[in-house]
Design a protein around this ligand. Structure first.
Ligand code: 4AD
Ligand code: MG
Length: 489
C-alpha cells in the first residue's frame, strides 16, 4: 500500500504513521552518520532524521549530497517531538528527487544575512523562506477576514473600474496612460467615487482591489500599487463610520490571532501587543481564543471577551448607537494637536506640530504610541483634506473625516469620511480644487438624484499587514512590491 500523501500542516493527524510529503529541501545539517534535513512544502517546515543505518545506502547518499531547494518527495514516519517547532519530526525512509538544483548555480538565498536590495531582486525566491511564507499566509487571512466582515453584514461587493477618467485623491499621484485616440486614462487611486454610486443603488457596498499612486515618496509605508478595501454606506454618518472601522479592525485581529499563532511566532511578532488591541490580558488570552474552558480559571475571573461583529452589530442605516461604547480611543484633530503641544513642551518630541498642518510621521508615531489600541483621529481641518469631505456643521473649517492610526507607531491604516451631500457645495469644491468639472458630472449627479448622507473608508491591506505582523517596511507585506525604484521581478 502506498503511504498517504500529507502536508506538513496536517501532520498531527498522521502521528505514528508513514506518510509521503511533496516539497523542497530547505536546509541540511550532517553530523557523521546522521543527517538532519529540513523539508518545506508550503504549509510549513519539518526536520527529518536520517541515521545511516536506518536507510538504504542510496537514500543516505542522495540526501547527503542534495542541494538546497531541490524538489523532492520524502516518505517517513511522523513522530511527535515537543522540542520541534512544528511539534513533529520525520523518521525518513525514502527520498525521490524531482529536480536537483545544480551545484554550479546554488539557490541564491542562503541562511546567512543578505542585503535588502539583493533580497528584493530575488523576491521570487525569497518568498520561499519560512518567514516570508508566514507573512503571505497572514496576509491572505487578513484579506479573507476583511471581505468576510462585510460579506456577513449585508454589504454587497461592487468593484469599481481600474481605468478611470479622473482623480480621486489628488492629481499629483496619478499614473497616466493613453486611452486610444485622444483620450487619457488614469489608474485608479481609490474606488470611492464609484462605490458612492453603488451605495446609493444598493445601500451598503464595498470594493476590494488594487489601487495605484505615483507616490514619489520613499518611505516604509508607501507603495505605488497596493490593495485597498473600501466600504461605503448610505445614511451612515461619521459616528457610525467610526464604529464600523472599529468593529472591522477587531474582526481582522481576532481572526488572525485565532488562526495564525504559529505563523506570528515564525515572523517574530509580539502577540501580547495584538491581544491588547482586543482588550485581552495575557492571562486570559488562551481561554478566549481557543474557546477552551480552563478549570483553573474561576468563573468570577474578569474576562474580556474577544469581540466580534456578532456582539457589536454594525449600525444599519442612520448613525449607530455609538456614543455609549468606545474601546478604541477617539480624538479630534484639535485634541491630538494639544497632545503634541504638550509633548513638545515636555521635550518628548523634537519638532513642534503646526496647528492646521497634517500630522507627519513622527507626530503619528508619538500619538499612536500613547495607546495600545488603534487611535481614531477625526475632524481634521477641511483645508488639508480631500474635496469630497463633508464639513462639520458645528465648525465648517473642520471635515467629518477620520484617520485610524495603528498602535506601535505604524501610522495611518484607514482613511475615511462622511461625503459632501449637497450639489452646490460639491460643485464649488470641485472648482476650488481645479478639478475638471466635465469628468465629475456623473459624480455630481449623485447629489442631484436623491442625495443622502453617506460615509465610507478605505484600508490599505499592506499597511494592515505591516502592523499586524510587526514588519519594518511594507515591501514584505505583498508578494511583489511596487515602489518608486523597483518594478522587477
Ligand atoms: O487615506 P486614503 O488616501 O483614502 C482614500 O483613498 C479614500 N478615498 C478611501 C475611502 O474613503 N474610501 O487611503 C486609504 C488608505 C490609507 O489609510 C492607507 O492604509 C492606504 O490606503 N494607502 C497606502 N498604502 C500603501 N501605499 C500607499 N502609497 C498608500 N496610500 C494610501
Ligand atoms: Mg489618508
Amino acid at each position: 500500500m502506498q503511504p498517504t500523501i500529507a502536508t506538513i500542516a496536517s501532520l498531527s493527524a498522521h502521528e505514528g504513521h508513514t506518510v509521503t510529503l511533496r516539497g523542497w529541501l530547505y536546509n541540511l545539517r550532517a553530523s557523521g552518520k546522521l543527517l538532519f534535513p529540513i523539508f518545506r512544502d508550503g504549509t510549513g517546515t519539518i526536520q527529518g532524521i536520517v541515521p545511516k543505518a536506518a536507510v538504504s545506502e542510496e537514500v543516505f547518499e542522495t540526501l547527503k549530497n542534495l542541494t538546497l531547494e531541490s524538489s523532492l518527495t520524502v516518505t517517513g514516519k511522523v513522530r511527535a517531538d515537543s522540542r520541534a517547532p512544528s511539534g513533529f519530526e520525520l523518521d525518513v525512509e525514502n527520498v525521490e528527487v524531482l529536480q536537483r538544483v545544480p551545484e554550479e548555480t546554488p539557490f541564491p538565498i542562503t541562511l546567512k544575512e543578505h542585503g535588502v536590495d539583493f533580497l528584493m531582486e530575488h523576491r521570487h525566491l525569497w518568498l520561499r523562506t519560512p518567514r516570508q511564507s508566514a507573512i503571505l499566509r497572514v496576509r491572505a487571512t487578513i484579506m479573507r477576514a476583511a471581505a468576510e466582515f462585510f460579506d456577513t453584514s449585508g454589504f454587497i461587493r461592487t468593484d469599481p473600474p481600474i481605468l478611470t477618467p479622473n482623480a480621486c485623491e489628488g492629481t499629483s499621484e496619478l499614473f497616466e496612460m493613453d486611452y486610444f485616440d485622444d483620450d487619457k486614462a488614469y489608474l485608479t487611486q481609490s474606488g470611492q467615487l464609484y462605490i458612492e454610486a453603488t451605495a446609493l443603488a444598493l445601500g451598503k457596498v464595498y470594493s476590494f482591489g488594487p489601487t495605484f499612486r505615483a507616490e514619489k515618496s520613499k518611505t516604509r509605508r508607501h507603495l505605488t500599487e497596493f490593495w485597498m478595501i473600501e466600504p461605503e454606506v448610505a445614511f451612515l454618518e461619521l459616528d457610525g463610520l467610526l464604529d464600523l472601522a472599529e468593529n472591522f479592525i477587531t474582526h481582522i485581529v481576532t481572526t488572525v490571532l485565532t488562526h495564525h499563532r504559529a505563523d506570528l511566532k515564525v515572523i517574530g511578532r509580539d502577540i501580547a501587543k495584538l491581544e491588547a488591541v482586543l482588550g485581552i490580558t495575557p492571562s486570559t488570552s488562551s481561554v478566549i481564543l481557543s474557546e477552551a474552558k480552563d478549570p483553573c480559571i474561576s468563573s468570577e475571573a474578569p474576562q474580556t471577551p474577544a469581540r466580534t461583529q456578532a456582539d457589536n452589530p454594525i449600525p444599519d442605516g442612520a448613525e449607530g448607537a455609538s456614543a455609549t461604547r468606545s474601546a478604541f480611543p477617539r480624538l479630534s484633530y484639535d485634541e491630538a494637536h494639544a497632545m503634541l503641544e504638550d509633548a513638545f513642551a515636555k521635550g518628548l518630541i523634537e519638532t513642534r506640530h503646526k496647528e492646521g498642518d497634517d500630522f507627519g510621521s513622527p507626530d503619528e508615531t508619538y500619538i499612536s504610541s500613547q495607546f495600545d489600541r488603534p487611535v481614531m483621529i477625526h475632524r481634521y481641518p477641511s483645508a488639508i483634506k480631500a474635496f469630497y469631505m463633508q464639513p462639520d456643521p458645528l465648525d465648517p473649517t473642520r471635515a467629518l473625516c477620520v484617520d485610524v492610526l495603528a498602535p506601535e507607531g505604524y501610522g495611518e491604516i484607514i482613511g475615511g469620511s462622511q461625503r459632501v451631500d449637497s450639489y452646490d457645495l460639491l460643485k464649488s469644491r470641485i472648482e476650488a480644487h481645479n478639478l475638471p468639472l466635465a469628468a465629475f458630472q456623473w459624480y455630481l449627479d449623485l447629489r442631484k438624484y436623491g442625495s443622502v448622507p453617506h460615509s465610507g473608508f478605505g484600508m490599505g491591506i499592506e499597511r494592515a499587514v505591516a502592523w499586524i505582523c510587526g514588519l519594518d517596511h511594507v515591501r514584505e507585506t505583498i508578494p511583489f512590491a511596487r515602489t518608486l525604484n523597483r518594478i522587477y521581478p
